[in-house]
Unconditional design. Sequence first.
Length: 364
Amino acid sequence: MQLLPEGARRLAAWCAVILLVAGVGWVGIRLCGELRTAVVPVLLALLGTALLGPLHRRLVKVKVNPSLAAGLTCVAVVVVVGGAVYIVVAALIDTGDQIVASLKQAATSLAEHFGAAGTSLDDLASNAKDLLTKFGGTAASNVISGVSVVGETLAMAVLALLLVFFFLRDSGRAMRALRTLSPQGTADTVEAMARRAFEAVEGFMRGTTLIALIDAICITVGLLILGVPGAVGLGALVFVAAYIPYLGAFLSGAVAVLVALADRGFVIALWALGVVLAVQVLEGHVLQPVIQSRTVQMHPAVVMLAITAGASVAGILGMLLAVPLTAAAFGILSELRTRYAAGTSDGPESSGSSGSSGSLADDS
């Protein structure tokens, strides 16, 4: 005799599943936090592998040795990333004093037009140098006391680069090892889930890189037309920041407007703001729907929630990793839903899907 109706029992089953998944996820996050020195390089290496995989495969197709192709790919990453960071830092250093001077001049103008309200802003601007000096001294002391943190960061970066090399070179071997470690009878399903998750991350990274490149080119051209100094460096900043959705575009755009305000005045700063807003409108209404819809399908609300959750867990690094990890989770759920639907509707179709996954393993 059934004490509960069918609907109530299904609801209870789903609640149990949700609680189980939430518990496992919480434990996993805690373990990742404790083992962050090892976990973070692996996650960054997976993102780098997803981004650089097409280049490595092209090199292998033209008869380049896989190890040499992986090495060349990693060297290219170091050159591009190092060059972009150097350009951004040099541009910001060159225009830093101009930004402070422009802000002080703007505060003085406000003091002339708005009286006492503006005077307080003028005083704040006059003391900006002292405030920045004190802040810089505090930051310097914190950096000196936290040399171990800097060393840990550099070690993780080097480890991530080495892992990218091995992931690119030994991707087929890794897939075979995954099949070997899978429970009996689940190798095809596990491989299909892994492939779908990696394809989702690869699609996200490819789409984000293309969008970031278009944004950087458009903003660089606009700033060059306006005569803003350091336009190339600001474009590089836009490109790097684009890997953090929404917030990265806001921060890089704000820096571009401040640089324009510092060197070219209020009117040119407004034009620079117009360029940044126009590029963001182009990205939100054209580039994102056209490009990202072909690579990974996630609602903007899901992206924003993922970024918020990632920031609350791991700060900026969490914001960087949140969206690709969410894309991977959606890819796994999509694969499970497809296999479950195929298995419940037609058994032979499900077995045929497993066979095709096995052939992929053989090809790799």
